[in-house]
Write a protein that binds this ligand. Structure first.
Ligand SMILES: Cc1cc2nc3c(=O)[nH]c(=O)nc-3n(C[C@H](O)[C@H](O)[C@H](O)COP(=O)(O)O)c2cc1C
Length: 165
């Protein structure tokens, strides 16, 4: 199975999650990953499985990841795909954000999807952003690796066969 992980990350949290997913997928997998903000993706059609992830910054996902999903939409719908979103929002709002940033057809087609929380490195932010973020979110580290483990397990699971297939 050839797997491509395409993600966008502003301060490294999604980066870390992408690396963790890669570890969880295991050695038998051939996994390449691409930080979409700084690298061009390899030939996407060469991959059987494509996992896409991004982080929410001021209510939006990165432009390049959005463009990637638009550009490769038709191909993505013919591949096994997984989606993950980093956010500090609580469960209900996080789910709304997930619905907003990932197109419906990709969400419905995804073999697995998850919202594993997020993290802010305050020292990396400007004083203004620091003030906004600390006022807005009670907890600045909601990373949940169990959610990512389940996600990777679901991605690896073989599709159930019906008796007729
Ligand atoms: C300046 C800033 C703005 C953010 N805005 C939002 C937001 O609007 N909604 C939200 O749920 N999380 C927001 N977050 C939380 C990020 O989604 C979270 O920290 C994420 O893990 C960042 O991942 P990254 O380092 O890979 O970019 C914000 C974080 C920062 C630093």
């Amino acid at each position: 199975m050839r797997t491509l992980i395409v993600y966008g990350s502003r301060w490294g949290c999604t980066d870390e999650f992408a690396e963790f997913i890669r570890e969880q997928l295991g050695d038998e997998e051939f996994v390449i990953f691409t930080h979409i903000d700084t690298q061009d993706p390899p030939t996407v059609a060469d991959y059987d499985r494509i996992i896409m992830g991004g982080s929410i910054v001021y209510g939006r996902i990165g432009r390049k990841l959005k463009r990637f999903m638009e550009e490769y939409r038709a191909l993505l719908l013919q591949r096994e795909i997984g989606l993950f979103l980093c956010t500090l929002s609580g469960e209900e709002h996080a789910r709304k954000l997930f619905t907003k940033v990932f197109p419906r057809d990709l969400r419905e087609h995804a073999k697995a999807s998850c919202i594993p929380g997020g993290m802010v490195h305050l020292e990396a932010l400007s004083p203004i952003s620091r003030r906004i973020v600390t006022r807005r979110f009670k907890t600045l580290d909601t990373r949940n690796y169990e959610v990512l483990k389940d996600f990777a397990r679901d991605m690896k699971r073989f599709k159930k066969r019906t008796p007729a297939s």
